[in-house]
Design a protein. Sequence first.
Length: 75
Amino acid sequence: MSDIQSFSDIEKLWPTRAAFARAIKIGEQQEVVRKWSERGKIPSCYWVRIVSASHAIGKPVSYQRLAELADIDRA
């Protein structure tokens, strides 16, 4: 089973929300990341960036895991 159990766990792969925001190329928009965390969702239009950025730091998140988390949220 994956260590990633929620979208919030993805954010926590980086030391700060600002670092996560920069890694997925949304600049210093920590507020955007905070809102995602509150909602428990990350819009799918950012998944490509998340997969790429997570691989770059050696903590890969797969598209499959992102889809599974989104599916859990809909249940």
